[in-house]
Design a protein around this ligand. Structure first.
Ligand code: GDP
Length: 309
């Protein structure tokens, strides 16, 4: 069994009783435990290093107030930093999309194959069309949504989106594998404008790994569609690897946010920290079920708790 961060820290907390401040010497053991626990929670190594350095900087020299012992004070610093790194300072953005643009507001979905793009496209379409979206504390109302697939490599992908769209009662624009992705995007944009759709969600091809041709293709789609949201969809179970994939997508595309899927599995959520760190973009949603109502706004505090264990 892996020890979670809370268990690890509480062991060290006991050894730090009776000391009045956090010092180089007494924080060292704690920081080692923090490091181990984060690695076990699947946070990528460079991210762990940065995080530990931040915690150390914040913690050293801190006077320990009231009944706290230095160990407890350090746990507080860890928790605060975790929440901040997850985007605790910008929780207003969690679950919010910039839909105020001249319609149609285009949402471009990016990510590897299997990450959950098509499923998330369906979830977002449902949520928007049913009026679930909240911005600045206010519901933005039911949206007229169109979805389209620009995945011309797998006929099954287009069919999957058709099925998903039917399940959530959202319009689906057919496309086929003989078309070029850019032509599909152009046609979809045109169709959405002519039929007064407020939101157009474009599902894209995902390869098994990151490759240049794929990045060029999605960049071309981005240039053509001028999306208000470019969401990077990533599987929480991907763990350590999430960092490289996120970096490749963030380099190729001006992402606006991240959707972390499959959090209903037993992933510890370390990927959230890694992806946030690498892209600098807010985590906006989490996928919590295969079902099409399994989408939630991201909560930094809850995710910090999950990583802490
Ligand atoms: P895509 O290749 O990126 O379009 O990925 P899909 O949308 O086809 O999803 C791949 C698999 O992951 C499917 O079996 C989905 O049902 C599943 N999936 C997607 N999101 C979630 C989620 O939040 N939770 C769970 N448990 N499964 C999910």
């Amino acid at each position: 069994m892996l020890d979670n961060l809370t268990q690890r820290l509480s062991r060290v907390v006991k050894t730090m009783r009776g000391q009045a401040r956090l010092t180089e010497a007494n924080t060292q053991d704690m920081l080692r435990e923090v490091r181990m626990a984060l690695l076990e929670a699947d946070v990528a190594l460079p991210v762990v290093r940065d995080f530990v350095a931040r915690v150390r900087e914040r913690a050293l020299g801190q006077d320990v107030v009231g009944s706290l012992n230095p160990g407890q004070a350090l746990v507080g610093v860890v928790h605060k930093e975790l929440t901040a790194l997850m985007g605790g300072d910008q929780s207003a953005e969690a679950g919010e999309l910039s839909l105020a643009a001249q319609p149609p507001a285009v949402i471009l979905m990016a990510g590897l194959q299997g990450a959950g793009k098509t499923t998330t496209t369906g979830k977002l379409a449902k949520w928007l069309s049913e009026g679930g979206h909240v911005q600045h504390g206010r519901k933005t109302g039911k949206k007229k949504v169109l979805v389209v697939s620009a995945d011309v490599y797998r006929p099954a992908a287009i069919e999957q989106l058709r099925t998903v769209a039917a399940q959530v009662h959202v319009d689906f624009l057919p496309s086929d594998t003989t078309q070029k992705p850019e032509d599909i995007a152009r046609a979809a944009l045109d169709h959405a404008k002519r039929h007064h759709y407020e939101v157009l969600i474009v599902d894209t091809a995902g390869r098994l790994g990151v490759d240049e041709a794929m990045m060029r293709e999605i960049r071309a789609l981005y240039d053509l569609l001028d999306p208000v949201e470019t969401l990077f969809v990533v599987d929480a179970m991907q763990g350590q690897d999430a960092v490289n994939v996120a970096k490749a997508f963030a380099d190729a595309l001006p992402l606006t946010g991240v959707v972390l899927t499959k959090l209903d599995g037993d992933a510890r959520g370390g990927a959230a920290l890694s992806v946030r760190h690498v892209t600098g973009k807010p985590l906006k949603f989490v996928g919590i079920s295969e079902k099409l109502d399994g989408l939630e706004p991201f909560h930094p505090e809850r995710m910090a708790q999950r990583v802490l264990g």
